[in-house]
Design a protein around this ligand. Structure first.
Ligand code: F6R
Length: 608
């Protein structure tokens, strides 16, 4: 979703803003623009489409001199993706420029009010009301105008504000939309996320909702919503720019798939001490655990599919009922929740609007909350009672891979930890499962190694226009994710079905043009899924089976088979997704798709 950058320093701002915007491309966007202050005026360049167009228009920023500026990548919400609707937006008098992420819910009322006062609107965006409110409220005091404007806005916003009367400074404002300040030496930055500024500074301030900051080249002042200066906490970022670069891979997605053994190791190993799982950041006592009578897991997209798989394992180990609910549904379904509910929230970005809303709703109803998040300091990490980080490192490809598997690894650890606290595991079984857990990075590496035929298989299947993924229980949960991966990066229509459901309707669609991917990695259910495979084979479908290494029965039925390594069955899920990720990747590649930035998608979905 939209990306914001701002720079105040002693070098030309435009090239730095363009570089920052390029690093935010992964968030998804359809137009971009920059504004730079020079000689008491604001110069503006905007362009539909890729940042390359903006670079061309500005000759890589060289045609826009000036040391202070703001930039934006827009993911259209209000109005088509064109030059007029692209940010930054200027006030009617040309004195103010604003970039905005989020949605102003009362913009129609504000637009009418401003129109009645004589303001003219050029774009269809909600953002243009902000910049004209600044003009309306500005009486020589920029900070006061920013505060008055923010007080009129309802909804979510991260704002970057420039004013021609104050050519040495910028304002950055945050309300329910991510915004960080990068504190440098002789230069300061703001951005939607750390990726945009990490090559300039590792010292970061995470603004809280309602806070705003004033930046010059030499100084950053953070204010609370009443305008009082506050002492911000500066966090040092531990990863560096290489982690956000392709490192020789053709796409970030492939790099991130290959990084999974390392990411899973980084997530698990530090939390196993002397053979015991230690969740330092999770301070629930045994008594509090025993008081929990229900676990509710919520998330969106792939993170939700982790929940679907984790449910089986938590219930199996802990014998506590676990329900899963999509965050976008949970917030409106009047959920039955009280102090005895443990709410687990999963999110890579920690900024997904629906997940944040669901978390707030459940907290308000008394639930204890645990967040599993990849981005340190993100909104969800701050809102939850406890947070366990997935140490996956920055995930740049829009389609998640390593964040998904590291979330799964944390859920495994949580299940073991909870089962132990609840006294559901004897010592020998606990020790055995912890040993199996520590083997997972190697298991995932083996799953990658076993996938070497996939580029060839992709050549066979890339023209398929419609496919099904089927499986039972955890196999089905993994199919949900496999199917999402396929559709989002290769644009091939794909559906996941619980294998037993096929004959209750979808089998009507199966014919000799259908590709069916059947996951059957649980031996107790293998025969059942095999009979579903026979049903579709009888109707002419092509079947690609996914089975455990050494399983011969699958190759007797399926046209092609991909194998995953044998491991503790409870942990199969993490290896089983690997061939599905790789198949989606190579099918998308054969189809010439924009793999890291699929059309219409955004990395961080900060609007409802
Ligand atoms: C799919 C994908 C999305 C996200 C979803 C939630 O590959 O990445 O479905 O999983 O938008 O995002 P987070 O995990 O950031 O809350």
């Amino acid at each position: 979703m939209c990306g914001i950058v701002g720079f105040a320093g002693d070098q030309n701002a435009a090239p730095i803003l363009l570089e920052g915007l390029k690093l935010l491309e992964y968030r998804g966007y359809d137009s971009a623009g920059i504004a730079v202050m020079n000689e008491g005026k604001i110069a503006l360049t905007k362009s539909q489409g890729k940042i390359a167009n903006l670079c061309e228009k500005t000759q890589d920023g060289t045609t826009m001199p000036g040391f202070i500026g703001i930039g934006h990548t827009r993911w259209a919400t209000h109005g088509a993706p064109n030059d007029t609707n692209a940010h930054p937006h200027l006030s009617n008098d040309g004195k103010f420029a604003v970039v905005h992420n989020g949605i102003i819910e009362n913009y129609m009322a504000l637009r009418e009010e401003l129109t009645a006062k004589g303001f003219v609107f050029k774009s269809e965006t909600d953002t243009e009301v902000i910049v004209n409110l600044l003009e309306l409220y500005y009486k020589g005091n920029l900070k006061a105008a920013v505060m008055k404007t923010a007080a009129r806005l309802e909804g979510s916003y991260a704002l970057g504000v420039a004013c021609a009367d104050f050519p040495d400074r910028l304002f950055a404002v945050r309300e329910a939309s991510p915004l960080i300040i990068g504190v440098g030496v002789g230069e300061n930055h703001f951005a939607s996320d750390v990726t945009a500024i990490i090559s300039h500074t590792r010292n970061v301030i995470y603004l809280e909702d309602g806070e705003f900051a004033e930046l010059t080249a030499d100084n950053v002042t953070v204010y609370d919503c009443m305008g009082n200066a506050i002492e911000p906490q500066v966090t040092r970022i531990s990863w560096d720019i290489e982690a956000a670069e392709k490192g020789g891979y053709e796409h970030f997605m492939l790099k991130e798939i290959m990084e999974q053994p390392r990411a899973i190791k980084a997530t698990i190993e530090p939390r196993v001490k002397d053979g015991r799982i230690v969740l330092d950041d999770f301070d629930m006592t045994e008594e509090q655990f025993k008081n929990i009578n229900k676990i509710l897991i919520t998330a969106c997209g792939s993170s939700y599919y982790v929940a679907c798989a984790a449910k089986y394992m938590i219930e199996q180990l802990c014998r506590i009922p676990v329900t899963t609910e999509l965050a976008s549904e949970l917030r409106y379904c009047d959920p039955i929740i009280d102090e005895r509910t443990l709410l687990i929230v999963l999110s890579q970005s920690g900024e997904t609007a629906d997940t944040i809303a669901a978390l707030k709703e459940c907290k308000a109803r008394g639930a204890r909350t645990l967040a599993i998040v990849n981005v340190v300091g993100s909104t969800i990490a701050k809102l939850a009672d406890n947070v366990l980080y997935t140490w996956a490192g920055p995930e740049i490809a829009v389609a998640t891979t390593k964040a998904y598997t590291t979330q799964m690894a944390v859920m495994f650890m949580f299940a073991l930890y909870a089962a132990d606290k609840l006294g559901k595991l004897d010592n020998a079984e606990y020790d055995r499962l912890v040993c199996e857990l520590l083997l997972l990075p190697g298991v995932v590496q083996r799953a990658i190694d076993l996938s070497s035929d996939i580029p060839e298989l992709a050549k066979k299947y890339y023209k398929t226009r419609s496919l099904f993924f089927i499986g039972r229980n955890v196999d089905y949960a993994i199919c949900l994710e496999g199917s999402l991966k396929m559709k989002e990066i290769s644009y091939i229509h794909s559906e996941a079905y619980a294998a037993g459901e096929l004959k209750h309707g979808p089998i009507a669609l199966v014919d000799d043009k259908t590709l069916l991917i059947a996951a059957a990695c649980y031996e107790n259910l293998f025969e059942k899924t095999l009979s579903n495979i026979k049903e579709v084979k009888a109707r002419g479908a092509e079947v690609l089976g996914i089975a455990l290494e050494g399983n011969r029965a699958m190759s007797a039925e399926a046209d092609e088979v991909l194998y995953v390594p044998r491991t503790e069955p409870m942990f199969n899920a993490i290896a089983e997704i690997i061939p599905m990720q790789l198949l989606s990747y190579y099918v998308a590649k054969e189809n010439g798709c924009d793999i890291d930035k699929p059309k219409n998608l955004a990395k961080s979905v900060t609007v409802e």
